[in-house]
Write a protein that binds this ligand. Sequence first.
Ligand code: HEM
Length: 187
Amino acid sequence: MRKVTVVLLALCLLGASAVSAAAQQKSLYDRLGGLDAIKAVIDDFAGRVLADDRINKKFAKTDATRLKFFLVQQVCAVTGGPCKYTGNSMPKAHKKMKVTAGEFDALVGDLVASLDHFNVPAAEKTDLLNILGPLKSQIVEDNSTNTGTALPPSFKPAKPLPKKTLDAGPANKTAKPAKSSNSNSHM
Ligand code: HEM
């Protein structure tokens, strides 16, 4: 009887470790809930950003549909989903925008608020922020903690995407983005 109990216990432990190994093997993309979940978070996030006076001046000339498309595609790609990022590189997209360190932190705060809004668990939140956080040095051009700073008049926004690209969706690896004044390099 004792032997049977020991064998059963060993089997249970094996099963439990197999389950946790499977959970660890799941991509962050899958743990976040896939493309629809990412789209929902980005939609909510974009709404917060555009309503946030600490950063919204920077978006005055931007095509919001393009921005959301590439944010979804970027998050899908960097979390191991079935996407390839085809937008502008981070330095190129934010060049001459004069984003401050304070504004970067404000934007990350808005992202955290969106992730919390959708009850994204702490582990997935941390994993995503650990991927996006290091992009700070590619985006920030002014290391001050100031927020609400103006978009320099010389900033030229990227062009809206063609309907074909939008219809194909961010996971379509063959769709090409529109040629724009500054779209010749990728992240
Ligand atoms: C981790 C932080 C950030 C990520 C991952 C990120 C990502 C992106 C992506 C993927 C694009 C689209 C590029 C394209 O259109 O080809 C973009 C554009 C843009 N980002 Fe960011 N961004 C970040 C931080 C910021 C911050 C802090 C600001 C300003 C406060 C900002 C302002 C903008 C604006 C205004 C555009 C549109 C540029 C245009 O119209 O051409 N971003 N960003």
